[in-house]
Ligand binder design. Structure first.
Ligand SMILES: [Zn+2]
Length: 386
């Protein structure tokens, strides 16, 4: 008698979410150089120079963990593409785009501290923008509810008329504008990169169609390229008043503190706003081991954030989430934390990967006080939350 074929595992019959990942390897061509941290300065007395934190290796590992890690069966891959120049004007000024084009022609320019345009950079920036637009279009066309734009250079510091913080073009901002132009009435941006999402905030500062929320380290302004300070009183202007919500968190906030901020601040704000679509702007530089951040999230914290955002999307935006990649500079741990975030977005019941290095003794008491005071401020000053 022939042996019976093994019966398929039960889980194979269950409907399974897929996340549509958009990527193009041309984004690796942006060479940010090496030196002392992000200065690209060689003092001459160091034996080993660091790569600039925003280097191709960090993204190589993100691609690799999604291709070969346990989340691979949940990933559907799609090719990215360069943005056309004409697509950039929905967020950026023509003068600024021309400045970038000229910097590319010149072959090298430091647009602001740490932000270098080198040969290959402009092509990568156009790919990051176009790839994010493709990911958004995939959702808007009804081809999937969850999409992830795996892009670099990052974008959330890029303002309509200036570069900032390793960013040239605001990938998430362009995608949000595409959603609005395609008939989406209201979109929400939840930015968990450790730095203030000033570029995206600036782009929609006078709009009540876009609720921008940024959770970040309380770093304040960092010079002419980043005049915004990310404080709670930057709430928007004109008809946008009350539609920009900054959540500056204390150093070392950790998983529990972030969960508290998400549940006490982000959840009620999204519930009041009722967006048709949520853009989750992710940076793994909020992790416990990032060279650029001090916020001490671990994989468990990232997974939790992904779960909370998924729940909000299921309630308010038909489950539609575009995830956009920003910072995250630990070459190994950023990939792990990305994996954990997407596990949360996919609503997987248990982690598929254990945390290789997490150890951070948390004390959320101070964060709770800060979050409670922000909540009180919003109650008094933000009309939709009053
Ligand atoms: Zn960042």
């Amino acid at each position: 008698m022939d042996p019976q074929p093994p019966s398929p595992p039960l889980t194979a019959a269950l409907p399974r979410d897929v996340i549509h990942v958009f990527w193009h390897e041309g984004m690796l061509d942006h060479d940010t150089g090496a030196g002392v941290f992000d200065t690209c300065f060689d003092p001459g007395f160091l034996e080993v120079l660091d790569k600039h934190p925003e280097n191709a290796d960090r993204v190589r590992n993100m691609v690799s963990i999604l291709r070969k890690g346990p989340l691979a069966p949940f990933v559907s891959w799609h090719p990215g593409r360069p943005a056309h120049l004409s697509e950039l004007f929905s967020f950026h000024t023509a003068e600024y785009v021309e400045e970038l084009v000229q910097a590319n022609v010149a072959g090298h320019k430091e647009l602001c501290p740490g932000t270098f345009m080198n040969p290959g950079s402009w092509g990568a920036a156009l790919l990051a923008a176009g790839t994010t637009l493709s990911a958004m279009k995939h959702i808007l066309d009804g081809n999937g509810k969850l999409a992830y734009a795996l892009v670099r250079p990052p974008g959330h510091h890029a303002q309509p008329c200036r570069a900032d913080g390793y960013c040239f073009l605001n990938n998430a901002g362009l995608a949000v504008q595409l959603a609005l132009d395609s008939g989406c009435r209201k979109a929400a941006v939840i930015d968990i990169d450790v730095h203030h999402g000033n570029g995206t905030a600036e782009g929609f500062y006078c709009s009540d169609n876009v609720l921008t929320i940024s959770l970040h380290m309380n770093h304040g302004s960092w010079g002419p390229s980043h005049p915004q300070n990310g404080s709670i009183d930057e709430v928007g202007e004109g008809s946008g008043f009350g539609y920009n919500l900054n959540i500056p968190l204390p150093n070392g906030t950790g998983d529990e503190g972030y969960a508290y901020a998400m549940n006490q601040l982000v959840v009620p704000a999204i519930q009041k706003f009722e967006p048709g679509l949520i853009v989750l702007v992710v940076g793994q530089d909020s992790s416990a081991f990032d060279p650029n951040g001090r916020q001490c999230l671990t994989m468990a914290g990232y997974k939790k954030i992904g779960e909370v955002v998924r729940k909000l999307a299921d309630m308010h935006s038909e489950g539609r989430i575009l995830v956009v990649q920003e910072g995250g500079y630990h070459v190994t741990y950023s990939a792990y934390c990305l994996h954990a975030t997407l596990e949360g977005v996919l609503n997987l019941p248990a982690p598929l990967l254990s945390d290789p290095i997490a150890y951070y003794p948390e004390d959320k008491a101070f964060t709770v006080k800060v979050v409670d005071s922000i909540k009180q401020y919003w109650k008094e000053c933000v009309p939709i939350l009053g």
